[in-house]
Ligand binder design. Structure first.
Ligand SMILES: C[S@@+](CC[C@H](N)C(=O)[O-])C[C@H]1O[C@@H](n2cnc3c(N)ncnc32)[C@H](O)[C@@H]1O
Length: 318
């Protein structure tokens, strides 16, 4: 039985234009709070409050799909009196505001469909496109999870951004850089990693014993060096037999005018030049290739190389 109070409450609920706008939209489509907010241009908290009241009265229901909550009209489950009143109200509605909401809703649904197709829309070149949260750092963090590293030297570590990613997967990580400012920044960044240390040093003259590290990272440093051969010889020296060098550098180019603004003194390296330089150090080159090429002029390329320090020969007794 409907009481006077419940009828008055229901009438009160439907006497608010914003709530009628929400009901008219939800009568046609399942929508999230964010979508309703952007369609109606009402504040998000107002939309949520209205939806809460409508749900309480049984006019609206919600359902969770993945991380989102979708709202819709209760339809079949709506209490009889509410259904009758809503039918009366919705049948009489002919309003510019509601027509505009309908148009914005159509655009919102088109955007939702386009967003759902984002992976397909960038098929074959996903690495060149951003999507929320899918950053180089996030991807690198995920890939690094696969590694089990020993004692790592990050040679020319800058402010320790890479070392911070590597630290949880390494026995120890040592950052070396010629700049005191950057080493200080790396120390701050790595303060929470007990296995990390940072030192000011020149790659041409590393302050470490021979065979101190299992892995050496030499990332985006070679173009800064007047004598890259000397630094490579030093990294080879401090690697343990069987240890690995990972090298990333700008490829050979003719735009030192551009890159000198970043402190480069060398106009990049071809894979052949890197192979030659590594060959002189006694490291065995596993791979050395151009691994990426920018799409915009001047089409900078990146060369990546992996090299191994040959394991010590063991001589069997005759
Ligand atoms: C572009 S940053 C690369 C930082 C980091 N490896 C990365 O890829 O994000 C180059 C770094 O090499 C350092 N560097 C340049 N010459 C060096 C040298 N002779 N010895 C040690 N570090 C050097 C610079 O101070 C700078 O931090």
């Amino acid at each position: 039985m409907e009481t006077l109070h419940s009828t008055a409450d229901l009438l009160g609920l439907l006497a608010e234009p914003s709530r009628v706008r929400l009901l008219a939209l939800l009568a046609e489509h399942e929508l999230t709070v964010n979508e309703l907010t952007s369609i109606t241009e009402l504040g998000q908290s107002r939309v949520s409050t209205h939806l809460g009241k409508l749900r309480e009265a049984g006019l609206v229901r919600d359902k969770r799909v993945g991380g989102s909550t979708f709202y819709s009209l209760s339809n079949g489950e709506m209490p009889g009196q509410a259904r009758k009143l809503w039918q009366l109200v919705s049948g009489a509605l002919d309003d510019e505001q509601l027509a505009a909401d309908k148009q914005r809703c159509a655009a919102q649904l088109r955007a939702r469909r386009a967003a759902a197709r984002w992976p397909e829309s960038v098929a074959g070149e996903m690495e060149r496109h951003y999507s929320p949260g899918r950053t180089w750092e996030a991807l690198a963090g995920g890939m690094i999870g696969l590694l089990r590293l020993g004692d790592v030297l990050d040679a020319g570590a800058g402010d320790g951004a890479t070392a911070q990613l590597v630290a949880p997967r390494a026995r120890t990580i040592t950052c070396v850089d010629v700049s005191e400012t950057l080493v200080d920044a790396a120390r701050v960044r790595l303060a929470g990693h007990a296995n990390a240390r940072c030192r000011v040093a020149d790659l041409q003259d590393l302050p470490f014993e021979d065979a101190s590290f299992d892995q050496v990272l030499l990332l985006n440093v070679l173009p800064f060096l007047k004598q890259p051969g000397g630094a490579l010889a030093e990294t080879a020296r401090v690697l343990r037999p069987g240890g690995t060098l990972a090298l990333v550098t700008l490829g050979e180019h003719a735009h030192l005018d551009v890159t000198s603004a970043y402190g480069h003194v060398h106009a990049g390296f071809s894979p052949a030049a890197i192979r030659r330089l590594l060959g002189k150090t006694g490291l065995a080159v596993e791979t050395c290739d151009v691994t990426s090429r920018e799409r915009r002029a001047p089409y900078f390329q990146v060369v990546t190389a992996f090299a191994i320090k040959p394991p010590k020969q063991t001589h069997k007794k005759k």
